[in-house]
Design a protein around this ligand. Structure first.
Ligand SMILES: NC(=O)c1ccc[n+]([C@@H]2O[C@H](COP(=O)([O-])OP(=O)(O)OC[C@H]3O[C@@H](n4cnc5c(N)ncnc54)[C@H](OP(=O)(O)O)[C@@H]3O)[C@@H](O)[C@H]2O)c1
Length: 464
């Protein structure tokens, strides 16, 4: 493989998320001084301002950072950019409009590609149209490496790994926490989400084109939830989310079944808020965005006045640093299954596990961490990855000290600085006997408990 100038090219570095990725990559350079990277985009002045800002913020000397000029509408510029990089971190969205030419250029020019798309149609169509071509080229096209959908996808794999029996289902509860100033998301995310909603019917046709063979049925099935329900587990009101996360989790489950014959698990995700009123206000904003997204004039209004028409949830300015510093998320996972094959045959679940993943602000702190660590994994830990991708030798000065965790599929999560805290569900904790704390792992992600549940406790606290 001809040598390439940069280990990483960060394309879309001038955007809001891009800027925070530059800062995160600068932090990573403290431990990896040999890493060669560049920022890419269509406006060099903006790129220089971002790099200067990141230099001031981190105190890392970024004079060696390269600048690559590329515009999605100019294929030759994309080819030139991808020829120079081993790995492209792509932050140019909405991906349904800008994503495909970048992926094609990556495949043509043997450059691995990571995105942070949460656009379900783009993600599934990309797999459909480019999986075989990318595989033949030995290039990884890794999707959804941001808050969408690393915590949920690897969270489910983690539950599966820690479950001491046969896992049948996982329910994930996503919660966000804010400081007194609240928080907001940058317009770029709204702009992408609006087109996901407006084109929601496409997904059926895309899925039909996969011609998937049915997966083995998981029994008992997760009982349907109502549109709103209270969860004792997370102490809040919940709404089931048919989100990108569920699609990503299901695709991983299918992959593991087809390649490693692993039993798939069912997954359901819900969004939770402490108070009923707070959840109602969230639903109101989402319905409002949903309705406006259907109409061209509605989309225009959202684009021009996001703050007004989303009641402050989105803005052109994005969150302030103070808001980001006081925002965080929690995922609580409850897995259920069987202690043995014979119990599985009886169809009665008798075991449960609770795990919890905490992390910093979702879109502009967790997402850059997830994306960059996924990139470092591809560059540094190729031998753990499936399908023998292209292997680029790294500069010997690179000193990434990643200790390979026991399961390569957990690599990315174990680097994301998420941490586990005891589940604050007193009722359950006080009632559970035989609590088996398996938190000795060096990984930051540890399960809370794996328990054989006495039947009356199952009835009172865990029964769906
Ligand atoms: N998965 C997650 O959790 C997560 C979190 C955050 C963001 N995201 C996604 O990340 C994407 C970016 O969001 P954002 O808020 O950072 O958006 P943004 O601030 O609008 O940034 C968009 C970037 O794309 C660049 N761009 C636009 N058109 C281009 C073209 N023709 N050629 C080259 N570059 C072009 C812009 O460059 P200029 O500066 O030159 O205009 C800018 O750098 C969105 O799709 C969003 O949904 C996902």
């Amino acid at each position: 493989m001809a040598s390439k100038e940069f280990d990483i090219v960060l394309f879309g570095a001038s955007g809001f998320t891009g800027k925070h990725c530059v800062k995160q990559l600068a932090e990573v350079c403290k431990e990896n001084p040999g890493l060669k990277w560049a920022v890419g985009g269509r406006n060099e002045e903006k790129l220089r301002n971002v790099v200067d800002w990141a230099e001031r913020k981190t105190g890392v000397n970024l004079k060696q950072v390269g600048y690559v000029s590329a515009d999605v509408s100019d294929v030759a510029s994309l080819d030139a950019m991808c020829r120079r990089g081993k790995l492209l971190l792509n932050l140019v969205g909405p991906y349904r409009f800008y994503g495909v030419p970048v992926v094609e250029a990556c495949i043509r020019n043997k450059c691995h590609h990571i995105d942070i798309s949460g656009e379900i149609q783009f993600l599934e169509k990309l797999q459909l149209d480019y999986h075989e071509t990318a595989k033949k080229a030995g290039v990884y096209i890794v999707e959804a490496c941001g808050f969408d959908s690393i915590p949920s996808d690897l969270g489910v794999l983690f539950v599966k790994k820690q479950f001491p029996g046969i896992l049948n289902s996982v329910e994930g509860y996503q919660a966000s926490h804010h400081g007194p100033e609240g928080t907001t998301l940058n317009f770029g995310t709204l702009n992408s989400a609006v087109h996901v909603v407006a084109n929601r019917n496409e997904i059926k046709e895309i899925r039909e084109r996969f011609h998937y063979a049915p997966l083995p049925e998981c029994k008992p099935k997760l009982k349907p939830r109502g549109p709103l329900f209270y969860s004792d587990l997370c102490g809040g009101w919940c709404i089931p989310l048919n989100s990108t996360d569920a699609s990503v989790v299901n695709r991983s489950q299918r992959y593991l079944y087809e390649t490693e014959k692993e039993r798939p698990v069912q997954y359901r995700q819900s969004y939770t808020r402490r108070s009923f009123l707070s959840l109602m206000s969230f639903i109101f904003v989402m319905i409002n965005i949903g309705i406006l997204s259907f109409f061209r004039c509605g989309r225009k209004l959202l684009s021009k006045y996001p703050k007004v028409f989303t009641f402050g949830v989105f803005s052109h300015e994005g969150p302030t640093e103070a808001q980001m510093a006081t925002t965080s998320f929690t995922f609580t996972f409850r897995g259920r299954g069987f202690s043995s094959k014979s119990v599985e045959k009886s169809g009665k679940e008798d075991m449960a596990i609770i795990t919890q993943v905490d992390g910093p602000e979702m879109a502009y702190v967790t997402t850059p961490i997830g994306m960059i660590q996924a990139g470092l994994t591809i560059l540094k830990e190729t031998s753990y990855l499936p399908d023998r991708p292209l292997h680029f030798s790294l500069d010997p000065k690179s000193t990434i000290k990643a200790v390979p965790p026991p399961d390569p599929r957990l690599i990315r999560l174990s680097h994301t600085q998420c941490s586990i805290f005891p589940v604050s569900h007193r009722k359950m904790r006080s009632k559970t006997t035989n609590l088996r704390d398996v938190s000795k792992s060096a990984s930051h992600i540890v399960p809370i408990c794996a328990i054989q549940i006495p039947s009356q406790i199952w009835e009172q606290t865990l029964k769906p």
